[in-house]
Design a protein around this ligand. Structure first.
Ligand SMILES: [Ca+2]
Ligand SMILES: [Ca+2]
Ligand SMILES: [Ca+2]
Length: 242
């Protein structure tokens, strides 16, 4: 019985993931800067999401997007060349509850070289030298954090000019000084303090392209209903066969 259930649910999920179409999400209007106002990158669940494009406006704009990380082991996000992203960017990654996970201002040289990431553009992901991952509590210690993600699921990614910093209350989640090319884990005391504001000011504007690997679109409401109906059907099946 258990095997039959697993088999049926994989069919339901495969059906939702079947169609591969658009891979780029273009910011619609202005994406909000907190989980409650983040733009949902919705589409066919499981379609790979390889790019998010948008713009940073005046007033220290921050753009946050809800994405699905389908392949956490191979996930990365970066802001590309100096023409792909026209300003000195910073990337922040949060879990589905808005808790801080990782921040990078300037991509470390090794991944910048292999992925052709421009000067002062940002990178969050595995694949850099172990020493480049640092705790915000001990930023001077190479390798004081170890790369990882909690697993496949929903995440928030935010892009901003480098002078904007995610915060809980008035406390920055992450180290904001040198070395700027560290990929930072948050301060331990704030690891479970969801983002509820941004510190720092900037008047820089520009356009960006975030390139992604291991990410996919978030289910559209219709797909969520279909998935829900499929699961309800499975539960009904289990009840009937008991
Ligand atoms: Ca924007
Ligand atoms: Ca915004
Ligand atoms: Ca930067």
């Amino acid at each position: 019985m258990r095997h039959a259930q697993l088999w049926l649910s994989s069919i339901a999920i495969a059906a939702l993931m079947a169609s591969a179409s658009a891979q780029t999400w273009a910011e619609q209007g202005d994406a909000g800067d907190l989980p409650s106002t983040a733009q949902v990158v919705s589409g066919n669940f499981g379609d790979p999401l390889t790019q998010i494009t948008g713009s940073i406006g005046t007033g220290g704009d921050v753009d946050m997007f809800l994405i699905y990380i389908s392949d956490p082991a191979n996930f990365y996000a970066h802001t590309g060349s100096t023409t792909a992203t026209t300003f000195d960017s910073k990337l922040h990654l949060f879990d589905a509850n808005g808790n801080p996970l990782w921040m990078d201002d300037d991509a470390p040289s090794d991944v910048a070289g292999s992925l052709e990431i421009g000067s002062l553009r940002s990178y969050i992901g595995g694949g850099s030298a172990a020493g480049n991952y640092r705790s915000s509590d001990t930023p001077g210690t190479a390798g004081s954090a170890t790369w990882g993600l909690p697993g496949a699921g929903f995440y928030y990614i935010a892009i901003s000019h480098w002078q904007r910093n995610s915060a809980a209350g008035s406390q920055n989640h992450f180290h904001t000084g040198s070395p700027y090319d560290g990929i930072y884990a948050p301060k331990a005391l704030l690891a479970n303090a969801p983002v509820n504001g941004w510190t720092g000011t900037s008047t820089t504007t520009g356009t960006y392209t975030i390139s992604l690997q291991g990410a996919s679109f978030v289910p559209e409401p219709a797909s969520m209903l279909a998935l829900g109906a499929g699961l309800a059907g499975l539960l009904g099946l289990r009840r009937r066969k008991k």
